[in-house]
Design a protein around this ligand. Structure first.
Ligand SMILES: [Fe+2]
Length: 291
């Protein structure tokens, strides 16, 4: 791995998806780390071997899309065991997943569905996070979802819910800055206030992903932001990223791109841009500390 030429306290990583795997193995690009979805590698022994070899050269973060901490039906233990086996082989520096339903009656759903934020959900999700952390033998990072509708039966806001989850389980949080931005837009709250309220000590990782603006069918003339992970990160999300870094300090940051995959070079350029923003935020601080 080539050293970064400028001061970056926590260099950005990129998502490693199967179509890029052979190229990354062959070219070993200069990037801080890779994040993988274990579900991509479980059924493909050759991909798994390549990943384990890469893990000797790069820090790896494991981000599960199939461990369903929000599902009332409980954790799929067979799946958790398969993820644990991969984790034991890869030895990731971070292990994370979403706060949402992604299985229902044993079927995997493509969309991550929202949860009401109330005491009953908190009790179920906390029990599931305990089970996941025990089952994986690792601390788990829970990610804030992208939201399109508020749930009328919620009795607390998302940050209160996540903070209480941290307190009960000892988990950490993955703050998806793009999700904060787009949920704030869609639900009408201030994303800066959301970040201000987050428990900074619990933030272990940041995500940045592309989103799309679409006409809102339910509200003519209004735009809805859709979390597509299929394009470059938008300017207001970069601005919010700088705000998040000032609030939380240096954090490993992932460029998340899952659909309409671009070239590896495009992903690396996005990671470089994240590093440049982190450099601009933290370099003056470093000079002050040195001087
Ligand atoms: Fe994310």
């Amino acid at each position: 791995m080539t050293a970064h030429h400028r001061f970056v306290p926590a260099p950005a990583g990129v998502g490693l998806r199967l179509p890029h795997l052979a190229e990354v193995v062959a070219t070993r690009p200069a990037v801080g780390w890779f994040e993988i979805h274990p579900e991509n590698f479980l059924a493909i022994p050759h991909a798994r071997e390549l990943l384990i070899a890469l893990a000797g050269d790069y820090p790896i973060s494991v981000h599960s899309v199939g461990v369903s901490i929000g599902s009332a039906g409980g954790i799929d233990r067979a799946h958790l065991k398969r993820v644990r086996d991969l984790i034991n082989a890869v030895d990731p520096f971070l292990v994370s997943g979403h706060l949402a339903w992604s299985t229902h009656d044993g079927e995997y759903l493509n969309d991550l569905l929202p949860l009401p934020y109330d005491q009953e959900t908190l009790r179920i999700v906390a029990a599931h996070v305990d089970e996941v952390q025990q089952g994986l033998g690792r601390q788990y990072l829970v990610e804030n979802p992208s939201s399109y509708i508020g749930i009328a039966t919620s009795t607390m806001n998302e940050v209160e819910f996540l903070s209480e989850l941290v307190r009960r389980t000892g988990c950490k949080l993955l703050c998806d800055v793009s999700n904060v931005y787009l949920s704030g837009h869609n639900l009408g709250y201030d994303p800066h206030a959301y970040l201000d309220a987050m428990p900074a000590d619990a933030i272990g990782e940041l995500h940045l992903g592309g989103f799309l603006s679409e006409e809102d069918d339910a509200n003519a003339g209004q735009q809805m932001l859709i979390d597509t992970h299929a394009q470059r990160i938008a300017e207001p999300a970069w601005d919010l990223y700088a705000y998040a870094l000032r609030r939380f300090g240096p954090k490993p940051t992932l460029i998340e791109w899952d659909n309409d995959l671009p070239s590896v070079a495009t992903l690396l350029a996005e990671a470089e841009h994240a590093d440049a923003i982190a450099g601009a935020v933290f370099e003056p601080e470093r000079h002050r500390a040195a001087g």
